[in-house]
Ligand binder design. Structure first.
Ligand SMILES: *Cc1c(COP(=O)(O)O)cnc(C)c1O
Length: 485
């Protein structure tokens, strides 16, 4: 018996409903996004749950179609707002199957196949990073992976801290001033305090400066604090910059610190023969973050934490659950700890199934081709922008982010107004539903942050986009001048 007699009575009726929703979703020409206030969305879709009697299957199907219609279309070529774009259909299929299985990851017995799939995903990613005796786990996203990496680092230095707490010890972590904000959240959650997360200066390319890192470490020691963690970023969110791994590793060895690489966005360069050198030396790091839901385009969420050695995750996280979940008898059959003893989550979805499915269908070579294709398009794009006197690249673009400004030549406008104009261009393109692109700032200038993540990006597409940016920018300027008259 189903929980609700009004639901479609069979799985196949549910799948048929899904097929109709999907057909409607792909059939119509739609804007890439809708903009508006909460009230304007509320007026277009009824999200109320006030009706106590429940809806018919047809009503539910129609509401879910509206949901797809009104939310941004992340699968479309015009979607550049986040660090992912497009749809990996094999991954979507895997995700649906994982949902059907409702498999949980914490013990082998309740998720035998998903446990094996996760081990294989972790094994393949570890090999790319160069962790030969490594281990890993899927987590809720890169934010959690970064959090866990700080726990690992803390445990490596003070194995007693897990039980005793800080007991007056003041630990300090170091990241660059371009690091993802999840590092600050991690410092908050593990309780060192966000002031003990030092934002080390980055250079004009957005890379952490090794000399500044050394000074920051020495200053912390002088203050009586205990440095324990260096968090490097491989592919920063604004510039796509890669922090210098070998230099940071050398400093870490000198001072006895942990080195973590946050590769949420940039790690996929490791698939590519031509671009893996952006991460050379990363096999010397202690832990590594991936996000398969970024460039690999697996449905949200698919974060992974990898460690250079086996046993570190268990040591830092395990404890509890032995009386009912992690049975001793089971352990005797399998000497390895259960995945649930390596994780800060209890119930954990089988996110590995969608990653595994994407990998099974695309293959390592397919991922490499995607990286190579997009890096090639990026190079064309940079060359094109450099050729146009009215476009200006704000900082070097080593990866798939390009931060640039439209600067009309016919009119000399001051920097703050150029920044404002570029923000307005992004907003106007979203309002018309042509393209959903974000803006970002670096060294006091705000520009359009183009993200090249969709596999179908081509030279023609990028040139057309620039034409539209120019047209929209000029139209906005004319509107502005009229409003001043
Ligand atoms: C996206 C991103 C994160 C956060 O990842 P979530 O999966 O959203 O938690 C962390 N670091 C970097 C560099 C990122 O690009």
């Amino acid at each position: 018996m189903l929980d609700n007699s009004k639901e479609p009575a069979t799985l196949s009726a549910t799948v048929e409903s899904l097929v109709r929703i999907a057909d409607r979703h792909t059939a119509i020409e739609r804007p890439v996004c809708h903009t508006g206030t909460k009230d304007s969305f509320r007026s277009q879709i009824d999200v109320s749950l006030e009706d106590p009697t429940g809806a018919s299957p047809e009503e539910l199907e129609s509401a879910l179609s509206d949901f797809l219609r009104l939310n941004p279309d992340v699968g479309r070529l015009g979607f550049h707002k986040q660090l992912y774009s497009g749809v990996n259909l094999p991954a979507v299929l895997g995700e649906w199957v994982a949902t059907l299985s409702n498999s949980v990851m914490h013990t082998f017995k309740v998720g035998p196949v998903s446990n094996l799939m996760e081990a294989e995903v972790v094994n393949q990613l570890s090999r790319l990073v160069g962790f030969e005796n490594g281990e890993g786990l899927m987590v809720s996203g890169a934010s959690q992976a970064n959090l866990v990496s700080m726990m690992l680092a803390r445990h490596a230095l003070f194995p007693d801290l897990k039980e005793t707490g800080y007991a007056g010890r003041e630990l300090v972590a170091f990241v660059s001033d371009q690091a993802h904000y999840s590092m600050a959240r991690a410092a908050n959650v593990i309780g060192i305090g966000t002031r003990n997360l030092v934002a080390v200066r980055s250079d004009a390319d957005g890379r952490m400066m090794p000399d500044a890192l050394r000074h920051a470490i020495e200053a912390a020691i002088k203050d009586g604090k205990i440095p324990f963690y260096i968090g490097l970023t491989a592919g920063t969110t604004v510039l796509g910059a890669f922090d210098p791994v070998p230099k940071a590793v050398a400093l870490a060895r000198e001072f006895g610190l942990w080195v973590h690489v946050d590769g949420a966005w940039g790690a996929p360069v490791l698939f590519s023969q031509s671009h893996a050198d952006l991460l050379s030396g990363c096999d010397e790091a202690d832990s590594f973050t991936w996000d398969a839901h970024k460039l690999l385009n697996v449905p949200l969420t698919a974060g992974i934490i990898l460690t250079r050695q086996k046993g570190w995750l268990h040591a830092a996280t395990s404890g509890g659950g032995e009386n009912y979940l992690f049975h001793k008898e089971a352990k005797q059959e399998q000497p390895e700890p259960e995945l649930g003893e390596l994780s800060i989550q209890s119930a954990r979805r089988a996110d590995c199934v969608k990653v595994w499915s994407a990998w099974k269908a695309v293959g390592r070579d397919g991922f490499a081709q995607k990286v190579d294709h997009l890096m090639e398009q990026k190079a064309h794009f940079l060359a094109y922008l450099n050729d146009q006197p009215d476009f200006d690249i704000i900082a070097p673009a080593p990866y798939l982010n390009v931060l640039f400004q439209y600067r009309p030549q016919h009119n000399s406008i001051a920097e703050p107004d150029v920044s404002k104009l570029n923000v307005a261009i992004c907003e106007r393109l979203a309002e018309t539903g042509e393209a959903f692109i974000d803006y970002a700032s670096f060294s006091g200038r705000t520009g359009i942050r183009m993200i090249l993540a969709h596999s179908d990006i081509s030279e023609l597409y990028l040139n057309d986009l620039c034409d539209r940016i120019r047209q929209v920018g000029d139209a906005l300027e004319i509107e502005q001048q009229k409003s001043l008259l």
